[in-house]
Design a protein around this ligand. Structure first.
Ligand code: ZN
Length: 484
């Protein structure tokens, strides 16, 4: 454990799920032939005039409202000037600019909640959310002609979410990023798939000597593309800064990348400041004036967000806060549970089945929950069949495996395989008597008070009945016979 206290802030870039680009009508399509979707606007040709995409603005506002932000009805576009071979325009249109006079992002002063491992709630401030356009892509495929340039991504819409430096550990940073991903998915603003690059995260981190000391000098680690890498990179940087400070040296303000192979952060640029980018107001566009009615219309269509859904699951279905947390991490899983729980006699048991059996199997599937053949109503029916004693819990596992493989209803499987539980007292008693006769010695010991033998007899009866005898009934009959 480091003797220093980390201070962490995140910058999360996410691709907005619009049909077209930020300032032109070109389609946004991934995994297509290179340079298929380009025009003079997204290539920045002379005289081309950008026009903001209304859907992208709507999505940015929707995200801002979901993160409790104030919406700036008079936001400003600025130009960030720099050279890079993936940027034919030589600048990016954004909503940031260093100087307060240029700094009018569409959303600011928001917050989000995370539940810490000890169950307490932590509020993390959102400094701002601004819109910008993405650059193109360089493809380094080692072909003899050298690297290639693909402009399909030029001008696709992004939102950048910047948190306050309120985060105090790499574990907390992961929780914050998870919450942002959840909100992006629930609001439908972005596909938020980190593996596909829909979402990437930069982490700013500095150390200080006590919890109320001034902030130290920070390093910024760019382009972290998984929760795991975010946590590892922050831990690696804490170690590095600890060594530096312990040696009496100063941490250097810099931009870094994370080398996953060596678990190290590596400097890619030394100190850079906003003024290096020569920001100025975008001359081709007016201020982004938004009607308050437009904002209110978006507010009314906000879906149920993860925190609210988690609370509703606890209140309406009586499941534990932990189960509700697990069930709401992924929006699709939460919808699946909700659909099933509405027709289930025991949502608590249903939650167990989803969190243990179903989600374990889902992990093995290539397309996750989408690849599951079981219908939510069918899993609810399975739980109902256990509840009304039609089948035992043990048989239910067998039925579940069959449902998972075939997508058939539990009723069909039980009928086909003759798995209905034997609840007829006479029939179960006959099996119990057979087992007792075959094990008379043990039964006498059981009768004399060796209670541990009960499990043996229940096991034997279940085996003999092919798992179909009602365990409750077997127990009752054994108790009765022991007392005779
Ligand atoms: Zn275009």
């Amino acid at each position: 454990m480091s003797k220093y206290f980390p201070v962490i802030g995140l910058e999360v870039h996410c691709q907005l799920a619009t049909q077209t680009k930020m300032f032109c009508g070109c389609e946004v399509e991934v995994n297509t032939s290179p340079n298929k979707h380009v025009c003079p606007i997204c290539l920045g040709m002379p005289g081309a005039m950008p026009v903001p995409n209304k859907k992208a603005v709507e999505y940015a506002i929707r995200l801002g409202l979901a993160l409790n932000c104030e919406i700036d009805l008079n936001a400003m576009w600025t130009r960030k000037n720099y050279f890079y071979p993936d940027l034919p325009k030589g600048y990016q249109i954004t909503q940031t600019g260093g100087l307060p006079v240029y700094d009018h992002p569409i959303c600011k002063k928001g917050s989000l909640e995370v539940t810490l491992p000890d169950g307490s709630i932590k509020i993390v401030g959102i400094t701002r959310i601004h819109m910008e356009e993405d650059a193109g892509k360089l493809v380094h495929d080692l072909s003899p002609e050298g690297s290639h340039f693909d402009a399909n991504r030029c001008g696709t819409p992004l939102c950048e979410i910047v948190t306050e430096p309120d985060i105090r550990s790499p574990e907390e940073a992961v929780l914050v990023l998870q919450k942002i991903k959840q909100i992006l998915e629930y609001t439908g603003v972005s596909n938020a798939n980190m593996e596909n690059g829909n979402m990437r995260c930069d982490g700013n981190i500095s150390l200080r000597t006590s919890e109320d000391a001034p902030f130290g000098i920070r390093a910024e680690i760019k382009n972290l593309n998984s929760f795991n890498n975010l946590e590892k990179a922050l831990n690696a940087e804490i170690l590095l800064q600890t060594i530096t400070l312990d040696a009496g040296r100063e941490v250097e303000q810099c931009t870094k990348r994370f080398d996953t192979n060596n678990n190290k952060t590596i400097v890619i640029r030394s100190k850079e400041d906003a003024h290096d980018y020569r920001y100025f107001p975008e001359p081709d566009m007016l201020r982004l004036v938004t009607a308050s009615e437009f904002v209110e219309k978006i507010r009314k269509t906000l879906p149920e967000l993860p925190d609210a859904r988690r609370k509703r699951f606890v209140e309406n279905y009586g499941i534990t806060p932990y189960d509700a947390h697990v069930l709401t991490i992924d929006r699709d899983v939460s919808v699946w549970f909700d659909t099933a729980a509405k027709v289930c006699k025991n949502p608590k048991i249903l939650a167990n089945w989803i969190n243990s059996e179903l989600l374990r199997e889902v992990k093995e599937l290539e397309d996750g929950l989408a690849g599951v053949k079981i219908k939510p109503e069918h899993l609810a029916a399975l739980v109902n069949l256990i509840e009304d004693n039609t089948i035992s819990g043990k048989i239910a596992k067998q039925v579940f495996a069959e449902m998972f493989a075939t997508g058939k209803s539990p009723e069909n499987i039980i009928e086909e395989k003759g798995l209905v539980q034997i609840t007829d007292t006479g029939a179960v008693e006959a099996i119990v008597r057979e087992v007792v006769l075959a094990n008379e010695g043990q039964f006498l010991e059981f009768k004399a008070g060796k209670a541990a033998l009960k499990g043996f007899f229940v096991g034997q009866v279940m085996k003999k009945s092919g798992g179909k005898a009602s365990p409750g009934l077997v127990n009752q009959i054994l108790d009765k016979m022991a007392a005779e």
